[in-house]
Design a protein around this ligand. Sequence first.
Ligand code: ZN
Length: 351
Amino acid sequence: MRFADIIGNAEVAKALASMADSGRVAHAMLMYENEGCGALALALAYVQYLNCSNPHDGDSCGECPSCRQMSKLIHPDVHYVFPVNKGPKTSDDKPTSESYIQYWRELAIANPYFVEADLQKAIGIESKNGLIAVAEAKSIISKLSLTAVADGYKAVIFYLPEKMNQETANRLLKMVEEPPEKTLFIFITHAPEKVLQTIFSRCQSIRVMPLTKDEAAQVKALNPFDDREEYNLFMDLFSDLMNAIVARDLMAALECGEVVAALDSREKQKAFCAFAGECIRKIFMIQQNMPQIAGVAEEEQEFYSAMAGKCGKGFCSKSITNIEKVVAMIDRNVSSKILFCDLVNRMFLSV
Ligand SMILES: [Zn+2]
C-alpha cells in the first residue's frame, strides 16, 4: 500500500510522511477511526514508506523487496495483532493472531477498509467476541526480542487495542514504553475511551477522519457486498430517535425502537446498534470539548451540537453500555421488539 493508493485522509497521510521524513518517528501511535475509514491502509502505507529502500516524492516506491513484502503483508519485521477467539478455522486451543494470519492477509489485501464484522467473518468467529489475550502479548514480546531481519523498522500493527484485557496490557506495557530500537507500535482503535489508559497515555494519537460520500463510494467499490446505503437509513432512524428523546416524546421514541426491531435481520439490528454507538460517541466527544476528534461531517454538525447540548453528562456512557447489552442479547434469541423497547426506555430515562 502506497500513500498514493489511499482513499481520503490526505492530510493524515501527509503528516505521517513528514513524520517519517523528519526522523521523529513516534514509537507508539494510536489511530482513532470510525470503522472502515482507512486507518489500517494508512498504517500499512506508513510502515511501507519507513522501510522502503527507494522512497521518493513523499511515498514508497512500491517495487523494492521491502515494498513487495509489505504489499503481500509478509514483511518479516511487521507483525499484526487483532482480536480472535476459538473457531473452526484453527485447531489452536489458545489461538493468537498468528493462528489466523492467512485469513487476515487475504482480507486486508482485498480490502484494507474492512470493518470488524468482516474480520470476524473472515476468521470464522461471527458468533463470538474477538479478544486479545495474554498469549498474544507473549507472542509479540518474543517476536520483537528477535533482531530485525531487514535493515528497517520492526512494527506491530495492533488492530482494536480496546479488545485487550488488563493482563495483556500489563504484559505489553514495558515493551510499549521502552521498545527496542527502531520498533514501533501502531494501535488502531474504534473506541478510544475503552483503550486502557496505561496504553493510551503512551501513544501519540492521530484522528483518521470519516470519509466523504465520494470516498465512501470508492471504498464501497472495493467490497461490492458491503451495503453502505444503510448509512442514510440508519442516520435518519438515529436522528428521529434522538429528536424524540430530547423532545420528551416517549411514544415517538418507542416508534423508532419498533422500526429498528423490524429491520429484516439480526445482523442489520446489530449493525444499527454499532452505528448508534458511534453516533453517541461523537456526541460524547463534543461534550468533552473535543469536537476536532469527534469527526462530525459538516452537514451533521448542527444535529450533533444540539444533541451534545441537550443530553446530560451521563447519557452517552450509559447509552453505549446499554446498546452493547442489546447486541449481546440479540445473539441470545431474545425478542428484538422487547430489547429495543427496553433500550429506548433506558435512553429516554437517562437523557
Ligand atoms: Zn520500496
